[in-house]
Design a binder for this molecule. Structure first.
Ligand SMILES: NC(=O)C1=CN([C@@H]2O[C@H](COP(=O)(O)OP(=O)(O)OC[C@H]3O[C@@H](n4cnc5c(N)ncnc54)[C@H](OP(=O)(O)O)[C@@H]3O)[C@@H](O)[C@H]2O)C=CC1
Ligand SMILES: CC(=O)[C@@H](O)[C@H](O)COP(=O)(O)O
Ligand SMILES: [Mn+2]
Length: 380
């Protein structure tokens, strides 16, 4: 029996993770759950899974949660450090990090420092601070949940690190891939939130539409798999059936395929190195008929080149890109900026930032804070 804590349990990945754990209840016990403000939903999850600790980052709502659960043996943690606290207090063997954004970094660091397995969906932690997080982790201590990285990790089980020629990360292209470039300035948040193949939280869905998600993912891949920029390719594959591929030095290309369903990579991260049965929709290739591929359009979707810049140059670019993007996505959702301004404002902030080649954690956090202030100047 393994103890699992799920950070961000009320979100899209968090709910899928609980679905997986519910089906594997003889192998996993939930000892920690967390959310930001959905306290009633978190309370229902706590009542079902009976963890020893839960965390709500919103201090004011935490009072209501405590009152609701009074009489139960569940400790409620709240406040700024609650993610880190739940990692350490919940006695988890595995921490699923399914929070969105930079807030996940401290929990990622705490998890690996405590020697626990980190099942990582929160790609932003590696985008910001892969140079800090990765050296702290042992081999296979960080297990990817992101579908593309899980696919690459699975494909890599058939070869060795020094046999990798390149990886090919697939991208759905998002809802606007075939839109004429001159129409993108006018697309709305409602349109952007209609992802063609995946049902996900709002932030990542907008990132998919700008292709910033692929930018974040190539940075994530660099850190997870120790790759150079010229070993990371992106191909647009609108059906999201091939989740990514690895080309080895003998020319063999190993792909991981399946219907788009995050329960598959979540479960693999929890059960690795074993596999467990999962009642997922079977892959019916004759029904799908066509798997198609296109070169990404870097002019129409400039976010991708920012990702390659961060992979090549490293340093504080990842943290700056991530922070500026988080603010820009929120501003787009609030209809304060246009869709096309997300990438252009992020680029502007990166170009103005004070680059540090090998930043320590404090310098990374300072770059994050600076970028959040700087991009606000573009919003007024
Ligand atoms: N969704 C997907 O299929 C995929 C997601 N990912 C990555 O996984 C992560 C989660 O994505 P997703 O599940 O879609 O996101 P959601 O928005 O659906 O869920 C986010 C979760 O994080 C919590 N949260 C939000 N803000 C804070 C905060 N400031 N402090 C503490 N907790 C917070 C939310 O709590 P509350 O509900 O109370 O707001 C919620 O539980 C992201 O990094 C994303 O890029 C990667 C691959 C696929
Ligand atoms: C499910 C998952 O891993 C997402 O990151 C997904 O890949 C987003 O789709 P895009 O390929 O459109 O970015
Ligand atoms: Mn992904």
């Amino acid at each position: 029996m393994k103890n699992v804590a799920i950070l961000g349990s009320t979100g899209s990945i968090g709910k899928n993770a609980l679905h997986v754990v519910r089906n594997l209840k003889d192998s996993f016990r939930v000892t920690g759950l967390s959310s930001h403000s959905q306290w009633e939903f978190l309370a229902r999850q706590a009542e079902e899974f009976n963890p020893s600790h839960i965390a709500l980052s919103d201090l004011q709502l935490a009072g209501k949660l405590k009152q609701h659960l009074s009489g139960k043996q569940i400790e409620v943690i709240s406040g700024n450090n609650c993610l880190k606290e739940i990692v350490l207090k919940s006695e988890a063997d595995i921490v699923v990090s399914a929070v969105v954004g930079a807030i996940g970094l401290s929990a990622a660091i705490a998890t690996v420092q405590a020697g626990k397995i980190l099942a990582l969906a929160n790609k932003e932690a590696l985008v910001m601070a892969g140079n800090i997080v990765i050296p702290l982790a042992k081999k296979n201590q960080i297990l990817p949940v992101d579908s593309e990285h899980s696919a690459i990790f699975q494909a890599l089980q058939s070869g060795r690190q020094n046999e990798i020629r390149r990886i090919i990360i697939t991208a759905s292209g998002g809802p606007f891939y075939d839109f004429p470039a001159d129409t993108l300035a006018d697309v709305t948040p409602a349109q952007a939130l209609k992802h063609p193949t995946w049902r996900m939280g709002q932030k990542i869905t907008i990132d998919s539409a700008t292709l910033m998600n692929k930018a974040l993912e190539i940075i994530e891949a660099k850190w997870l798999f120790n790759l150079e920029a010229d070993q990371i390719d992106v191909v647009v594959h609108p059906q999201s059936i091939i989740h990514s591929m690895v080309e080895f030095c003998d020319g063999s290309v190993i792909a991981q395929m399946g219907m788009p369903d995050m329960k598959v990579p979540i479960q693999y991260a929890l059960t690795f190195p074993e596999r467990a049965c999962l009642n997922a929709e079977p892959l019916d290739l004759p029904r799908i008929e066509n798997l198609t591929f296109k070169k990404p359009d870097r002019e129409k979707f400039p976010a991708l080149k920012l990702g390659y810049l961060a992979v090549r140059e490293g340093g504080t670019i990842g943290a700056t890109l991530n922070a500026a993007n988080e603010v820009a996505v929120q501003a787009f959702l609030e209809k304060k900026i246009r869709f096309t301004e997300i990438a252009s404002f992020v680029e502007k902030v990166i170009n103005h930032h004070h680059f540090i080649k090998d930043p320590c954690l404090e310098e990374i956090l300072a770059a994050d804070a600076w970028a959040r202030q700087e991009i606000k100047k573009c919003l007024t």
